[in-house]
Design a protein around this ligand. Structure first.
Ligand code: URA
Length: 431
């Protein structure tokens, strides 16, 4: 390990066998964490070339179990988003893609800090099983066309250990390390094709378009080198995605979009476009235009929503809550926060809104914290929108009796006295 750290510190490249030996040592405990931490810091500063990144991804993929989906016919597709506040695209995409005839196999995580996790959002549906063992995962895929679960078993233990070290040593923000972490789990998940949603902006890991492009390029190259069909969309993250932040609230918003409401909002457009790309990679559409037609058709005909009901029922969830939201977890109090001024919204700080939602109990400050699934907030304004003094800007859903300080929510809004040009949500494509 000393030689590896020294080589990387002085700008050298590591051989695949050296990387494999390190990852084996991380998992069996023979490499002390301080040496791994030093190597991670050297990688952060010096980077890794494509061959090293590939070797690290493969070594991490092979550090644990792998999902075998070969018995399921068709091209199995997956989606990954680099994470954002209010991002519930996964809940919308699964039923849409399945209704279009492409098997959709997705693994999701729980949230930590200001971003929520898809598994937590699903947990708001009473009775729904969110941790499926491999055979139950395959059975959901066979029976309903899609499967979405927290990772069970021992998938990529090397990533778990290295991520925990990165988290406490300020070494998360490194393109090769993020690539290997995400792509090792995606490759172990067993899908044949992957659409990536790489977020860019103040609320994302990657702040600039150049950084987002570099991360997307790195992940696409690694996926393709392993025989995956893969494409990345670069999307803007300057405000929460959609109106809901909080688990039951996000289920409600997703259901409304699956029912064909709010079809023009950025959340619907982004979800439908990602689903469309999955249809192209899945081989049922020959281009994005015809894919988008098919996506819109299954939403408007009700087939996508019906698929969500079938999937919920199959996995033990109370399907009645999808049509009667009073059956979802509820908050004890509701507080409206109104604007004190008339102006246009220039920015909505999604990070601080995510932290406020976490403090209400919608997210975890520490791993293992128990969530209050009914709490969160509704964001009424959007960036570029006009607000008049007295308009409701936020509705807060909180535990009964919890004091709410409106100024902390209002501080997340940045105002403009003049109208702003509309900014597109899609910033680019990498394939
Ligand atoms: N998400 C991951 O799974 N890994 C990273 O390194 C960053 C985001």
């Amino acid at each position: 390990m000393y030689d590896l750290i020294h080589a990387k510190k002085t700008g050298g490249a590591l051989a695949p066998e050296q990387i494999q030996a390190w990852v084996r040592g991380v998992v069996d405990g023979s490499v002390p964490p301080e040496q791994s931490a030093a190597l991670l810091m050297a990688i952060c500063w010096r980077g890794m070339d494509t061959e090293e990144t590939l070797a690290l991804t493969l070594a991490m993929r092979d550090s644990g179990d792998r999902m075998d989906l070969s018995a399921i016919p068709g091209t199995k597709v997956d989606k990954h988003s680099t994470g954002g506040v209010g991002d519930k695209t996964t809940l919308i995409i699964g039923p849409v893609v399945a209704a279009c005839g492409v098997p959709c196999a997705m693994f999701s995580g729980r949230g930590l800090g200001h971003t929520g996790g898809t598994v937590d959002k699903y947990s708001a549906i009473p009775g729904l099983r969110v941790e499926l063992e491999p055979e139950a995962f395959r059975e959901s895929l066979r029976a309903t066309g899609f499967a979405n679960s927290a990772q069970t078993g021992d998938i990529c233990p090397a990533d778990r250990r290295l991520y925990a070290l990165r988290d406490i040593t300020a070494t998360v923000e490194s393109i090769p390390l993020i690539t290997a972490s995400i792509m090792s789990k995606k490759l172990a998940g067993g899908a044949d094709a992957l659409v990536l949603d790489v977020k860019c902006g103040g609320g994302a890991f990657m702040r600039t378009l150049e950084e987002a492009q570099a991360l997307a390029r790195s992940m696409v190259d690694v996926g393709r080198a392993h025989g995956m069909r893969i494409k990345a969309l670069l999307t803007r993250m300057e405000e929460p995605l959609g109106w809901a932040i909080g688990n039951a609230l996000e289920v409600m918003e997703s259901v409304e979009i699956l029912k064909g409401w709010h079809g023009e909002c950025p959340l619907a457009q982004m979800s439908f476009r990602l689903a469309g790309e999955m249809l192209v990679l899945g081989g049922v559409a020959d281009g994005i235009e015809s894919a988008m037609e098919e996506v819109k058709r299954v939403v408007h005909s009700g087939e996508a929503m019906e698929r969500f009901r079938a999937w919920t029922r199959h996995n033990g969830g109370d399907v009645r809550c999808l049509d009667d939201f009073s059956r979802l977890p509820q908050a004890g109090q509701r507080v409206e926060i109104r604007s004190g001024r008339s102006a246009w919204i220039e920015a909505l700080d999604s990070r601080s809104l995510g932290i406020l939602a976490m403090e209400l109990g919608a997210g975890r400050r520490n791993q293992g914290d128990v969530l209050d699934l009914g709490v969160g907030l509704k964001v009424h304004g959007t960036v570029g929108g006009r607000v008049e003094a007295g308009d409701v800007l936020f509705t807060i859903y909180a535990k009964a009796g919890v004091p709410i300080d409106p100024d902390r929510f209002l501080a997340a809004v940045c105002w403009s006295e003049t109208p702003l040009a509309a900014s597109p949500w899609l910033l680019g494509v990498v394939e």
